[in-house]
Design a protein around this ligand. Structure first.
Ligand code: GMT
Length: 399
């Protein structure tokens, strides 16, 4: 067993506001805080990545275009950039988030850098990389191959672990490492910072997502309209995406438009979420539900759908209410019951905060990731790689 030391870790992720990029960046920050050197690689700097922190480095991927390309091959440009980073910074671990295409680019990069024998590839699966994109016949064989070629695979919930063999027919072993939230940054506040736009005079219902179809934003809208007919309340919508325009139109045309606030993408969600009494999260699939966890940490009760990994985050009837997906009547009934019984609502809000603090701490998840890195490093040293390295191109001159 090697003595533990500071590691040089490569992290690959999408830079967009989706949960997998957020989780990757928070892992990078937490590892750097523990003294590791962390090299984040993506096509753009992820919004939340704090370049001022010691130990954090960012390496952009340049994707050259050419008239022949209808689709410039990002996976190849990423593999090349990764191979350079592996060599230049002598990476000890390569950790990719979201299987497609990051896992196969990582596999290629390691081969290009001639580091198959001592550089573990860790793949973290987040959700649609398995449930939608990965199982698509156009990607399935390569997704399965890249998981089989990873030294360790992690998933963000037990539910997602169950989906990997079911949807991919892949027999890899997985570590379940829950997503986490910084409960100091995300915490209840007595006054919420909404620059005078939102006041706590009436209860606040909130939703935050990338407004993709899977999020069922139309259920948020209908639920609010049903509740608002009965009780004075406001709706705050954070984020942007394809389902935002129809939602905005429907609400603009309703008699309650003055009670609705669309804020768009916000970098400071931790200042807005504490204004929420109820966080509406009716997705028809959710492998974890990081946005719901962030809301819970800020003291909001979750009204969501009884799906996937969300059931491992929210305890139905304790820190929220989970209804059948698409059952807007049940959602609005749950909201109305809580808004009419402030004591019950407050109990749930407190339970939500406690759940986040007790179960989803940064330190527990980062301990698990660090252990996993060391297990992977030691396994490779002890057993060697699964496949022999028969590459001939050596990008690393002085391995
Ligand atoms: O929406 C996605 O599927 C992509 C992904 C992302 O990049 O935002 O979201 C997934 O990963 C998050 C972080 O682990 C989870 O909190 C989300 O539940 C998960 N989304 C889905 O499963 C739909």
């Amino acid at each position: 067993m090697i003595k533990r030391r500071a590691l040089s870790v490569g992290i690959v992720c999408y830079p967009t506001t989706g949960g997998s990029g957020v989780v990757a960046v928070e892992i990078a920050h937490a590892l750097a805080e523990r003294g590791h050197q962390v090299h984040v690689v993506s096509y753009r700097k992820p919004a939340r990545l704090d370049m001022m922190r010691p130990g954090i480095h960012f390496h952009p991927v340049d994707v050259p275009d050419y008239p022949l390309f209808e689709y410039p091959p990002y996976s190849l440009a990423l593999a090349t950039r990764l191979a350079e980073v592996i060599c230049e910074f002598k990476l000890d671990v390569l950790h990719v988030h979201y299987a497609i295409p990051h896992a196969i680019s990582g596999y290629l990069a390691r081969k290009l850098a001639n580091r198959e024998d001592d550089l573990p590839l860790i793949t973290t699966l987040h959700g649609t990389d398995i449930t939608i994109v990965g199982k698509n016949p156009s990607y399935l064989p390569v997704t399965r191959f890249s998981l089989d070629s990873s030294d360790k695979v992690t998933v963000v919930s037990r539910w997602l672990a169950s989906q990997v063999p079911e949807r991919l027919g892949c027999g890899c072993t997985m570590d379940v490492i829950y997503n986490f939230v910084d409960t100091e940054k995300y915490q209840p506040r007595s006054s919420c910072q909404m620059k005078g736009r939102i006041t706590r005079q009436t209860p606040v219902l909130m939703h935050m997502s990338n407004f993709r179809p899977v999020k069922h934003v139309e259920d948020v809208v209908e639920c609010f309209l049903q509740v608002r007919k009965e009780i004075e309340c406001q709706l705050v919508m954070i984020g942007d995406g394809p389902e935002r325009p129809p939602a905005e139109k429907r609400l603009r045309e309703s008699p309650f438009r003055a009670d609705v606030h669309f804020l768009g993408i916000q970098d400071n969600a931790q200042e807005i979420l504490p204004c929420a009494d109820l966080f509406l999260f009716p997705s028809n699939a959710e492998s974890f539900g990081l946005a719901a966890l962030e809301a819970m940490a800020c003291g909001a009760a979750v009204i969501g759908a009884n799906v996937g990994g969300l059931t491992e985050v929210v305890r139905n009837g304790v820190d929220g209410v989970l209804t059948e997906p698409g059952d807007v009547n049940a959602m609005s009934a749950a909201c109305l019951e809580l808004l009419r019984d402030r004591e019950k609502l407050n109990r749930m809000k407190q339970a939500a905060r406690q759940r986040a603090v007790a179960t989803f701490t940064t330190s527990a998840s980062i301990d698990h990731y660090e252990d996993l890195y060391w297990r992977a490093i030691n396994d490779l040293l002890r057993d060697g790689p699964d496949t022999g390295n028969n590459g001939t191109i050596e990008i690393c001159e002085d391995k």
